[in-house]
Write a protein that binds this ligand. Sequence first.
Ligand SMILES: C[S@@+](CC[C@H](N)C(=O)[O-])C[C@H]1O[C@@H](n2cnc3c(N)ncnc32)[C@H](O)[C@@H]1O
Length: 230
Amino acid sequence: MTEPVDLSTRAVDLRELMDDPGCDPATLDRTFRRFALVNAAVSGWRSVWRTHVVPALPPTGRARVLDLGCGGGDLARSLVRWARSDGFDLEVVGVDPDPRAIAAAERQTTAGVTFRTQSSGDLVAAGERFDVVVSNHVLHHLDDAERAAFLRYSAELAVGRSVHSDIRRSVSAYRLYAVGASFVAAGTFIREDGLRSIRRSFTVPELAAALPSGWRAEPASPHRVLAVRD
Ligand SMILES: C[S@@+](CC[C@H](N)C(=O)[O-])C[C@H]1O[C@@H](n2cnc3c(N)ncnc32)[C@H](O)[C@@H]1O
């Protein structure tokens, strides 16, 4: 059973346990690595790869993709795997400002994927460019100023498209996650932070209103929302 919560507005003041700099490092490490299971179940990136990333890749079939806020790195690894099976030669760079995320990501090496402890601002300052810039479950983490900077840097870093995917807040998403997460959450922050994430996340109209000019909000199913810029 889940406690009744008000999902009518974004719970922007709710902080996630993993965002506490003093949180237990072992629990955080397990959380970053267990994200792979959660993302495989809920993120829908296999379909976003086909509908939003592949059409934005250069005709040569060779491309660089940036995963901003890569966490434990599973999306970066998945993109390279899907690219290989679809005939693309992809190099993916996963960056995260949290060195603890990169430490978890680097436990597993995958050809074509590199991880770096860097911010998007560092990449812009270094003059880096990528064919496509993506992220997963980062938008809801950010306050208004952080989100504005994140999207501005994303647009500067992308030669082509930016696609940022996140949870779409709804009662059904909350209830489903509350039950489903119990099976994979032991020893991690995944259940509590996932529920807080849903409470912090956007509906499609909310995201559309929060995006700067040039960006659009799209529903993706089930329970997902995308911020896209071409
Ligand atoms: C919920 S985790 C998601 C991790 C990973 N993308 C995934 O889907 O498993 C959010 C990540 O965003 C990172 N993050 C926070 N602020 C950021 C920013 N301004 N730019 C990029 N990443 C950020 C955090 O360090 C954290 O690793």
